[in-house]
Design a protein around this ligand. Structure first.
Ligand SMILES: Cc1cc2nc3c(=O)[nH]c(=O)nc-3n(C[C@H](O)[C@H](O)[C@H](O)COP(=O)(O)OP(=O)(O)OC[C@H]3O[C@@H](n4cnc5c(N)ncnc54)[C@H](O)[C@@H]3O)c2cc1C
Length: 476
């Protein structure tokens, strides 16, 4: 200890793991490490609360929103989504997503179809390898395909000629009623099990798990300002980390550093540091421009707006809808996601004047209203019943999304694990990859720190946890 404040003593195997970043990556890592290793875990978050980063409401179980990604990347998203859905079973809302390509786009529906078929068969294989778990529902309900003839028949008769799929049909009927002009999309289109995630529920689960492991120490309002390395006698790197809390500096020496600082992770160890606090729309675009101008990082600042429709006619079987076109163009993707608030929807319009934020001026309420109205306009150009939509009083879901490497179309995440420098970095592009990466990290750390006596591990009794979880959800 060299400065004011106190040094935190190690317990368990005497080792300390420091995780910087209390977003989904850092929190998930803390939980998984606590399950695997008998060590002290210190989680640092500069904001007052954990899990305040960008949203992760859509399970990308097959990457259907991304026609430009490779087959292998789509498969990786599927496996990450399956791990996520298994871990957060209670948080998955089994509403399907309708995926259709805009008529102006260069994307081919036959590729969409072959991707769906591949994912269905891989889901089936995965299920067999995982005790027949079905976190996305039955295999044969993974997707259903609808042709132009089905749509025409529906428009003329108000129903399909015959049942196409018992699970998907009810949701697709709502979509058929909403679509103004059947020529606006390409055929066939699909309804696919890329469900919605109840983030509040998932966050409650994570917070509860954190509170149940006594070897996890949470430090909020704790900004990690400086990190320097030294070597121990065995020539392993140790990290001396200075963090600031309530205007006091504290030092902790960690045996292992996990960088989970999200889009700021490249700056954590850099000397060209800057203080960015309290992410809100007022400084989001500032951060975006700061990072863009100081590195070649591929980041995207985007928002999904919440709108309210006074009397929306479809109470049940409202699907998530994604009409996909080339990102950033006037025909970019329109995505509508039902929320748990009555008559409220999240809408994305992936155009530069709406969801994609490139200007530095996005710092006031009128800009927010302008962009939300633009999104509403893009939606009601295609769908009935959105004409009367209004911006809601609810905060948009916004944030900065990073990509891994130089290719901005990539959506897969990476774990860097450097044994010789006692350093790991969780590079999440999508929140749904957090469970797979945290599991991998915990396994690597277990190897790194050597075998453990399972009796010494922090454990959470499953039954006790489920009772506790259900009670706390009821109380909310
Ligand atoms: C509009 C939008 C929609 C999205 N939709 C989806 C979706 O549907 N599905 C999906 O899976 N993903 C989605 N994403 C992506 C998802 O939001 C991110 O992948 C995820 O939030 C990243 O989590 P993270 O923990 O890596 O980063 P963050 O949540 O940003 O967490 C990093 C944390 O580190 C803290 N930190 C940084 N530096 C320091 C420091 N020096 N000291 C202390 N703390 C520090 C920060 O305050 C922050 O809380 C979306 C992103 C956006 C912007």
């Amino acid at each position: 200890m060299t400065q004011t404040g106190c040094e935190i003593a190690g317990r368990g195997n005497g080792k300390k793991i420091a995780i910087v970043g209390g977003g989904i990556a850092g929190v998930m890592a803390a939980v998984k490490i606590a399950q695997e290793i008998n060590t002290e875990i210190h989680l640092f978050e500069k904001n007052g609360q954990l899990l305040q980063g960008g949203p992760w409401c859509h399970l990308h179980a097959g990457g259907m929103l991304y026609p430009m990604i490779s087959k292998d990347d789509a498969l990786e998203l599927l496996y990450d989504s399956l791990s996520f859905a298994l871990f957060f079973q209670e948080s998955i809302i089994h509403t399907p997503c309708i995926v259709a390509y805009r008529k102006e786009s260069n994307y081919s529906p036959s590729k969409l179809l072959s991707r769906c078929m591949l994912m269905e068969s891989k889901y089936s294989e995965w299920s067999k390898q995982h005790d027949h778990a079905l976190p996305l529902g039955t295999i044969d309900s993974y997707f259903a395909m609808y042709t132009r003839e089905d749509m025409e028949y529906f428009k003329n008769n108000g129903t399909f000629e015959k049942t196409i799929h018992p699970f998907h049909d009810s949701y697709v009927k709502t979509f058929c009623k909403l679509l103004k002009n059947i020529d606006d999309i390409k055929y066939p289109f699909v309804s696919v099990r890329e469900p919605i995630i109840d983030m509040d529920m998932a966050k409650s689960k994570l917070k509860l798990l954190l509170s149940m492991y006594s070897n996890i120490h949470i430090h909020t309002n704790a900004f990690v300002e400086n990190i320097s390395k030294e070597y121990n006698q065995a020539n392993y790197v140790l990290y001396n980390m200075t963090y600031n809390k309530n205007n006091k500096n504290y030092i902790i020496t960690a045996d292992f550093l996990v960088n989970a600082a999200g889009f700021e992770s490249r700056h954590l160890l850099s000397h060209n540091r800057y203080f960015l606090n309290n992410v809100s729309y007022k400084n989001l675009s500032y951060m975006f421009h700061h990072i863009k101008s100081s590195s070649d990082e591929q980041i995207e600042c985007k928002a999904s707006f919440i709108i309210n429709i006074e009397s929306f006619p479809y109470k049940n079987f409202m699907p998530e809808i994604a009409i996909i076109g080339e990102r950033g163009t006037q025909n970019g993707m329109i995505q509508i996601t039902p929320t748990k608030h009555k008559n409220h929807f999240q809408i994305h319009a992936m155009m530069e004047n709406s969801s994609l934020i490139r200007e530095i001026s996005f710092d006031n309420q009128s800009e927010l209203y302008f962009r939300t109205h633009k999104a509403i306009e893009h939606v009601y150009n295609i769908f009935h019943d959105f004409y009367t939509a209004q911006p809601s009083h609810l905060e948009p879901l916004w944030g900065i999304q990073r990509t891994v490497g130089k290719d901005h179309t990539k959506r897969i995440s990476t774990l860097i694990f450097e044994k010789h420098t006692s350093y790991a970095e969780i590079q999440l592009v999508k929140g749904i990859s957090s469970v797979s990466l945290a599991t991998l990290l915990a396994k690597q750390l277990q190897i790194h720190f050597g075998p453990v006596n399972p009796e010494e591990l922090g454990t959470v009794d499953q039954k006790e946890f489920i009772d506790y979880f259900n009670n706390s959800i009821q109380l909310d």
